[in-house]
Design a protein around this ligand. Structure first.
Ligand SMILES: C[S@@+](CC[C@H](N)C(=O)[O-])C[C@H]1O[C@@H](n2cnc3c(N)ncnc32)[C@H](O)[C@@H]1O
Length: 260
């Protein structure tokens, strides 16, 4: 059975160094789509995107409040956790939240779905453009309540949060079609592939899939490898902490590893 435990910090560091020195820049890329992606996303300064979300991150990182947190994917038990610990350990970093914001600005999706809301900071980057509608799924009720407060503070009203185990909520939501899918919850091979299958059913050829933490564990690396080999997948970009997937059949199949 494939190991679902995360790699140690040392292994991740060594993997990252290998990625860093083997990843490519724009001069070795011939695909026009990927060339544009590098010029308009990867190489664009990001600091100006959504500074108010970072105030919310700081507020959460210093919150001493304790809430119920359900450990999905592992024990399934409910634990008490400090918000500051969730904020420091579960959220995508500012650099990658801003990358997602830049991807949304570049690709201009109208309908986005996120699996794994947590405290809603990254969701606020996905919903930075007010014309975009975002559906986000979270299992822990009290965590989702804190996310709602974040969006209220940021005056983001176009986010719909659905609470419950993905196994109970996703099928219904996936009847809709999305332009961008961000999968950042339950980092294991089988569920990740199952979410991909469920969400491709009603997707369209321009739908983009983004997978979080593709090098987190042997299990997630197996999922990423299988996704790259799927016949419906054309272009993939590995940015180490996230992987991006195009399913447009008019694009030739190619896998890129780009430095970010
Ligand atoms: C890594 S966090 C998401 C972080 C968030 N996208 C961000 O960057 O701010 C993953 C979240 O997914 C939720 N989750 C994991 N497995 C789940 C499942 N099977 N059903 C519902 N929620 C789940 C967890 O409760 C957790 O809050």
């Amino acid at each position: 059975m494939i190991d679902e435990k995360p790699y140690s910090r040392l292994t991740i560091l060594l993997k990252y160094l290998r990625y860093y020195f083997s990843s490519k820049g724009k001069h070795s890329v011939h695909s026009p789509l990927v060339f544009d992606f590098i010029n308009q996303v990867v190489n664009v300064a990001h600091n100006a995107i959504n500074p108010s979300a970072e105030y919310e991150r700081k507020r959460l990182e210093s919150s001493q409040k304790t809430i119920d947190f359900i450990d999905f994917g592992k024990s399934g038990k409910t634990y008490q956790k400090k918000i500051k610990s969730i904020a420091k350990n579960s959220l995508k970093s500012r650099k990658y939240a801003q990358l997602l914001g830049k991807i949304v600005q570049h690709l201009k999706p109208k309908r986005i779905i996120e699996l794994g809301t947590s405290l809603g900071v990254t969701t606020s980057y996905l919903a930075y453009d007010k014309s975009v509608s975002v559906t986000t799924l979270e299992g822990s009720e009290q965590v989702a309540q804190e996310a709602q407060q974040v969006w209220k503070n940021l005056k983001l009203s176009q986010i719909k949060c659905i609470t419950g185990d993905f196994n109970h909520t996703l099928n219904e939501v996936a009847k809709e079609s999305f332009d961008l899918v961000y999968i950042d919850g339950n980092h294991r091979c089988e569920p990740t592939l199952a979410y991909f299958d469920t969400l491709t059913k009603n997707s369209h050829k321009k739908t983009i899939f983004i997978f979080d933490d593709i090098h987190y564990s042997p299990s997630m690396e197996k999922a990423w490898k299988q996704i790259k080999n799927r016949p419906e997948v054309s272009i993939t970009i590995d940015l180490f902490f996230i992987g991006i997937v195009w399913i447009d059949p008019s694009l030739s199949k190619e896998n890129f590893v780009l430095r970010y």
